[in-house]
Design a protein around this ligand. Structure first.
Ligand SMILES: CC(C)(COP(=O)(O)OP(=O)(O)OC[C@H]1O[C@@H](n2cnc3c(N)ncnc32)[C@H](O)[C@@H]1OP(=O)(O)O)[C@@H](O)C(=O)NCCC(=O)NCCS
Length: 203
């Protein structure tokens, strides 16, 4: 039976690569398992804050059996290589005690980093957060990833330290003009417009 939550659309990354965005479903289990093998030890540590060799069946179920409401997850596939696991995955999970706050995490396979995949995943999550009334995307970041905190600060994020971890709260703003004060904010707004057009084509 088709997954009632399934959505997908085509997009071009900043470098022109044609990709497909799609919501993660249980059918992505093997893709996620195989994709995890393309993520370096260092990147796994930066994402999960622990050394991880592989994902258990239980973790795979948690990461793929998502309702696209409390737990929202999207992946990106290179359309030239649809048989490959994919370029990256981004997700947010709402806090059960604070429904308008969601914890966000993005992972991009190392060989595809620095091509705009991470930004594009954050962009689609930002749009879904708006759709669902999430007001804050909260990222937990290790000090080695300080650059992410700097980027998110330019999107209005505020940083708090918890022991050796940064908590960055990015407010979701309806009026994107408020983000355009910095070059990075202006590029992000452009990306949001492109993503919004791509996911809801007018014709
Ligand atoms: C963080 C991560 C998701 C970024 O993905 P990405 O696809 O490389 O990101 P982008 O290409 O969209 O880069 C966005 C900007 O981040 C900056 N950036 C990316 N990686 C960087 C690095 N290692 N050091 C400094 N700046 C960096 C750049 O300014 C870049 O913009 P630019 O290319 O226009 O200069 C990716 O590196 C990753 O998966 N890391 C491991 C997991 C992780 O740390 N996740 C975040 C915590 S949940």
């Amino acid at each position: 039976m088709a997954d009632e939550h399934f959505e997908s659309f085509h997009f071009r990354l900043a470098d022109g690569t044609p990709v497909e965005f799609h919501t993660i479903t249980p059918e992505d289990r093997e893709r996620i398992r195989e994709g995890f093998a393309l993520v370096s030890e260092q990147s796994r540590y930066l994402r999960f804050f622990a050394p991880l060799n592989d994902l258990s069946d239980q973790q795979l179920e948690y990461l793929t059996d998502v309702d696209q409401d409390e737990h929202v997850a999207w992946g990106i596939i290179d359309l030239a290589h649809p048989e490959q696991p994919g370029l990256g995955v981004g997700r947010f999970i709402r806090d059960p005690s604070e429904a308008d706050v969601a914890e966000v995490a993005v992972t991009v396979a190392d060989e595809f980093q620095h091509r705009g995949v991470g930004s594009a995943l954050f962009g689609i999550l930002y749009l879904r957060a708006m759709d669902l009334g999430v007001q804050t995307l909260r990222a937990y970041i290790l000090p080695e990833n300080r650059f992410i905190a700097e980027i998110l600060s330019q999107l209005g994020g505020t940083v708090q330290w918890h022991d050796n971890l940064m908590q960055v709260d990015v407010p979701i703003v309806e009026n994107w003009a408020r983000l355009e004060d910095t070059d990075l904010g202006a590029s992000f707004v452009e990306l949001l417009h492109h993503l919004d057009d791509a996911r809801e084509p007018s014709d």
